[in-house]
Design a protein around this ligand. Structure first.
Ligand code: GDG
Length: 462
């Protein structure tokens, strides 16, 4: 049996913690990384290191065996420079191909370096020889180099959750060298799909003259294995929740309220990459060109607040509020309303009911590393019907070619896909959905973790 622990290092931890008179209260945070990794750590031993308050070490789960949480406190200036600044106004837009939104700032880079060093110090304080250190995402790209410098024999893996853009784009980053050099001190470097891994390898060759042998990249005497595996969901858990009696009751209530209308559904964090605005335009186009559909369909669009300290996100919210108002004002007839838009956080029970009730899911990001919403919709279709409309620029399109694929920049194309979905015969829906379900179930979160951890267990401990 492997007794080594897993040390997960990520920007945000799985819970917001509240110290109350009744003890420690945990409130789950929202996002793709937590959705995927938390169920696995709940059955493993280890530590999850993240930025959060209160600072300190806490039991991560009431379940046994359990992992611990180690939360680091950052100052307001650090949060501004590292998180809202370098991570979310430089790396995030750059990697999602939004060069026009990128802002590079040397002072922010210095804060980013300092915070990464702080994460590395905390990791060194937790890790014992033989433990597997698994760092996640673009916020913490410099942690591997700091770790390697102090603990040359550490076993270090890194997973990059967002797209890795083409070399031409990545090379606009003023700090491309230190960032790539740090990633190449890892034993294993993961991406969702082959395209991102290839972009990384090409960029490393171009910028650092790194040598590529198959899927291994060599630089300064170190070898990094590069692996493309799309992250999975806890399929059985999502499917169980969708089948539950409580979900069924919610679905019945929702259908009754909507009085037989067909349900189109979307849920995402408020983010300009998710294509929410363009999707609303498509809905407007559809209703404009197909008056017979008015009164027969409803788009339920849920949006979870995110990064509201960044102006680009506040601006996007204003645009979305405005277009929803315009479309509803234009087409509502006093009883029917085409768009039901809610801006807040939702419980898993609510999401399960929407996934199960939705005749069509619209997952149309302008660019997305993978996208778990598409997988959750597929896993929730207990009758194996329903249509998934999917952006060709979401990483998950690579894994789900049976979806109706759209170019989210083309509003007419999306409106046509909606029409196609509304008219799709049930047999075709079943045929597509069954194939997608089989794949998402086989390539679930346990599969994904095993793909990485088996390789890491093979890394020699010196
Ligand atoms: C990043 C990459 C990649 C959303 N609102 C609520 C809620 N959610 C859950 C969804 C889903 C998750 O959050 C979102 O995951 P995504 O993958 O769609 O998107 P990102 O957060 O941008 O994730 C992405 C992912 O990392 C994993 O590598 O796929 O490309 O950008 O699970 O259901 N959950 C709850 N309430 C909400 O209001 N409970």
């Amino acid at each position: 049996m492997n007794t080594n622990r897993l040390i997960v290092v990520s920007n945000r931890g799985p819970y917001h913690l509240h110290l109350t008179k009744q003890g420690l209260k945990r409130e789950k945070t929202v996002g793709g990384l937590v959705t995927s990794i938390l169920p696995m750590l709940e059955t493993a031993r280890g530590v999850w290191i993240a930025w959060g308050e209160p600072e300190g070490r806490f039991p991560g789960s009431p379940k046994q065996p359990s992992f611990d949480l180690r939360y680091l406190k950052l100052t307001p200036d650090q949060i501004q420079g590292y998180y809202y600044g370098l991570a979310n106004t430089a790396l995030w837009p750059l990697c999602h191909y939004f060069l026009g939104r990128v802002h590079y700032d040397n002072a922010q880079w210095q804060v980013y370096e300092q915070v990464n060093r702080q994460f590395a110090q905390a990791t060194l304080g937790e890790a014992k020889p033989g433990d597997i250190i698994w760092i996640h995402d673009y916020h913490l790209t410099l942690v591997p180099r700091f770790l390697r410098a102090q603990q040359p024999s550490a076993r270090i893996a890194f997973f990059w959750h967002i797209p890795f853009p083409s070399p031409e784009l990545f090379c606009t980053l003023p700090w491309r060298r230190p960032l790539l050099e740090s990633l190449l001190t890892c034993d294993l470097l993961g991406f969702h799909i082959p395209e991102y891994a290839e972009n990384f390898i090409e960029t490393a060759a171009e910028v650092l003259d790194a040598q590529c042998k198959g899927t291994t990249v060599e630089h300064h005497g170190l070898a990094t294995q590069v692996l493309a595996r799309p992250i999975g969901i806890d399929y059985d858990q999502v499917n169980r929740q969708a089948r539950s009696l409580a979900t069924e009751k919610r679905v019945r209530r929702l259908r009754k309220t909507l009085n037989g209308q067909r349900i189109i559904f979307g849920v995402e964090r408020m983010d300009y990459t998710k294509g929410i605005f363009e999707r609303l335009q498509a809905m407007e186009h559809l209703l404009e060109r197909n008056p017979e559909l008015r009164g027969t369909i409803t788009l339920i669009q849920l949006v979870t607040p995110s990064r509201a300290n960044v102006e680009a996100y506040r601006q996007k919210k204003r645009e979305i509020d405005e277009i929803v108002g315009r479309i509803n004002g234009r087409f509502s007839d006093g009883i029917w309303m085409p768009i039901r838009y809610q801006y807040r956080s939702f419980s898993l029970a609510e999401l399960a009911a929407y996934y199960r009730a939705a005749d069509i899911a619209l997952v149309t990001p302008l660019r997305d590393g993978l996208n778990l919403v598409a997988k959750e919709y597929v896993a929730s279709r207990v009758q194996t019907d329903g249509v998934l409309i999917l952006s060709e620029f979401a990483g998950v399109a690579h894994q789900l070619p049976e979806a109706l694929m759209v170019n989210p920049y083309n509003v007419e194309d999306m409106a046509a896909a909606l029409k196609h979905a509304l008219e799709m015969p049930k047999e075709e829906q079943h045929r597509r959905m069954q194939v997608m379900q089989a794949r998402i179930k086989a390539e679930d979160i346990s599969w994904w973790m095993k793909e990485f951890l088996d390789r890491m267990n093979g890394v020699a401990v010196q």
